[in-house]
Design a protein around this ligand. Structure first.
Ligand SMILES: Nc1ncnc2c1ncn2[C@@H]1O[C@H](COP(=O)(O)OP(=O)(O)OP(=O)(O)O)[C@@H](O)[C@H]1O
Ligand SMILES: [Mg+2]
Length: 353
């Protein structure tokens, strides 16, 4: 187990700069998830931690040691990739034990560690099988077994579940989290999937274009996104955004959309006329006669809930409610919004107000 410190790290490929001063502190034993859109630099950062990629500037420390010039083998980390190539002609036991064999560990030790990893990962009954005789999830567990036997200070995972079907992902998600609770090893985990990020992480790092956009506990990011970008990225379905200005009405401030519709907002002491972006999550909109009148475009019943899309100005606003709503397209309903659930961002800077 170890702390990991990423300090003002830059990465250039020739003239192309892809990482612009990234700072992340990872506590000993912490489960940190890196998220962000494709190309934002998640894999590059992970590969720099692993030592598979040189850093152009800054420092990376693992434990108390600066590892900038330490080769991958000596960093005491294990990495599991999206394509977890297993050796097809080796059994499960041989695949798991391979790193130890390479390190020329004695046979008895290899056997003991393989058995231990197999019992943790529920692979004990599959040790004599070959990869082609396994399901996707079982193969994924073998790849993890291979990472575990080395008992590293840090695990690095790069989208390890993205090849699995939805149901298997959910069960593997639980297994990885349980594994972390059992081993207590520091984990840095990359995913596209923000549900995975929310459910697994102690701390989420949201990246954008080679920069850290925000770092925080999952629910902190959800409740208090510092920018429009994080508000839209964290949470599913996504936060709704509307553009407009602050204006006063009967002694209270309201948000007035560019099209003139007034919506409730928190009394944040902003100047009238301030141009803002208004964020409201779908699950924070209720339906009621007292609400703001909107016209329904589509309703989508999913069984457990109803998704409602209504037009406000030129935008489609999404509400998710637990009740079954039988409204037709074109019908008017009221959107009830508690100002406490509204997120206000400066329209120019897109930062939280
Ligand atoms: N060897 C390379 N040479 C030049 N540019 C590279 C190289 N490797 C990666 N990049 C660029 O660096 C940026 C970050 O890539 P990276 O693979 O880290 O993104 P990512 O966040 O992992 O994306 P994804 O979610 O698609 O896996 C991208 O713009 C990519 O094109
Ligand atoms: Mg990647």
């Amino acid at each position: 187990m170890a702390r990991v410190k990423i300090d003002n790290v830059f990465k250039r490929y020739g003239a192309l700069q892809v990482m612009h001063g990234v700072n992340v502190d990872i506590e000993d034993g912490e489960f940190v998830v890196l998220v962000g859109p494709s190309g934002c630099g998640k894999s590059t950062l992970l590969r720099m931690l692993a030592g598979l990629e040189q850093i152009s500037d800054g420092t990376i420390s693992i434990g108390e040691r600066v590892v900038n010039d330490v080769p991958p083998k000596e960093r005491d980390i294990s990495m599991v990739f999206q394509s977890y190539a297993l050796y097809p002609h080796k059994t499960v036991a041989e695949n798991i034990g391979f790193p130890l064999k390479m390190a020329k560990r004695p046979k008895s030790e290899i056997q003991e560690k393989v058995n231990h990893a197999a019992s943790i990962l529920d692979l004990a009954h599959l040790l004599d099988r070959y990869p082609k005789q396994l399901s996707g999830g079982q193969r994924q567990r073998v790849a993890m077994g291979r990472a575990i036997v080395r008992n590293p200070q840090v695990f690095l995972f790069d989208e390890p579940l993205s090849n699995l079907d939805a149901k298997l992902r959910v069960s593997m998600r639980v297994e990885i989290k349980e594994l972390h609770q059992r081993l207590g090893t520091t984990i840095v985990y990359v995913t596209h999937d923000q549900i995975e990020a929310m459910t697994m992480a102690d701390k989420i790092v949201v990246m954008r274009d080679g920069r850290v956009e925000q770092i925080g506990a999952p629910l902190d990011l959800f409740d208090r996104p510092e920018s429009v970008f994080v508000g839209g990225f964290i949470g599913s379905p996504s936060m709704n955004f509307l553009h407009g200005t602050v204006s006063s009405q009967e002694g209270r401030q309201v948000f007035r959309t560019d099209g003139g519709l007034a919506l409730p907002m928190p009394q944040a002491g902003l100047a009238d006329g301030h141009q803002v972006t208004y964020g409201i999550r779908p699950e924070h909109i209720a339906i009621g006669d007292e609400g703001v009148p909107v016209n329904i475009v589509v309703t989508e019943p999913t069984g457990s809930e109803t998704q409602i899309f209504a037009r406000v100005d030129n935008d489609l606003i999404n509400a998710v409610v637990r009740d079954r709503i039988y409204a037709r397209p074109g019908e008017q309903v009221g959107f009830v919004i508690d100002p406490a659930n509204v997120h206000l961002f400066d329209r120019q800077t897109e930062r939280r107000l």
